[in-house]
Design a binder for this molecule. Structure first.
Ligand SMILES: *[C@@H]1O[C@H](CO)[C@@H](O)[C@H](O)[C@H]1NC(C)=O
Ligand SMILES: *[C@@H]1O[C@H](CO)[C@@H](O)[C@H](O)[C@H]1NC(C)=O
Length: 222
């Protein structure tokens, strides 16, 4: 099997547990991202190597994004089943807040403005206002003094996590919806200062290593 990194931990645990049920069954799950899983299950070894290598012929794929109606029509023996529920969450790194154990409060509309390049600095008044409104006055004053540019970490590969994240922000902001859209691909049509990383772990470690950055990942990795 191959596909989304979102359910990877769960599938790894399930495969481990299944060895106690039937040790003759050998299983593996290659975390390629949802796009890689869908390409493998649809195209098999007719697909172009996406950099993750074999296996190309797989028995099941994990995907956070749905098959499109034309894909269902083209591969009528393919079915999707819900297997796991989870959350995609924002992750950020602001040393001045961390040092004083202060929260960062952002409305979805403000997060959308950050990810679409409308807000470029942590001292932005929208960020200040969210924190005041959320009762985080001390944090708001700390943020207001930060002249730091926001580095925005996003996924480098075709990713269902990206699609979930974009759909959520598109629901909070018409500008985001029109300008960025909801594609699972690493397409971010704006002047935000983006950094691209592979997989949830790549985005999370990028944020961890970069002061004044923000990104998104599945809750388990956050
Ligand atoms: C925020 O910081 C930037 C970068 O130093 C600066 O250009 C801008 O004027 C600041 N904005 C406010 C509202 O202080
Ligand atoms: C990027 O946004 C601009 C302004 O909305 C638009 O004209 C352009 O077509 C967009 N480009 C892509 C690749 O979506």
């Amino acid at each position: 099997a191959a596909g989304a990194t979102f359910p990877e931990e769960l599938y790894m645990d399930a495969m481990f547990a299944y060895q106690f049920v039937d040790p003759t069954v050998s299983m593996s799950y290659l975390p390629t991202g949802s796009g890689g899983g869908k390409n493998r299950i649809m195209l098999g070894d007719k697909m172009k190597d996406d950099g993750f290598g074999p296996p190309f012929n797989i028995d099941f794929a994990g995907s956070d994004s749905l098959l499109k109606p034309d894909q269902y029509a083209q591969y009528p023996d393919l079915q999707m089943y819900p297997s796991v529920a989870g959350a995609v969450v924002p992750i950020y790194n602001i040393p001045e807040l961390e040092a004083r154990s202060l929260d960062l409060i952002l409305t979805p509309a403000t997060v959308a403005m950050i990810f679409s390049g409308q807000i470029k600095y942590w001292n932005d008044s929208a960020i200040y206002n969210d924190n005041v409104a959320g009762g985080n006055q001390v944090g708001a004053e700390v943020l207001k003094k930060l002249q730091a540019a926001i580095t925005v970490f996003v996924r480098n590969e075709d990713s269902g996590t990206t699609e979930i994240w974009k759909k959520s922000l598109a629901g909070a902001s018409t500008f985001f919806s029109k300008q960025i859209g909801t594609s699972s691909k690493p397409v971010w049509n704006s002047t935000a200062r983006y950094e691209y990383r592979d997989e949830n772990n790549g985005v999370a470690s990028g944020v961890l290593a970069t002061d004044y950055s923000i990104g998104y990942s599945v809750l388990g990795v956050a």
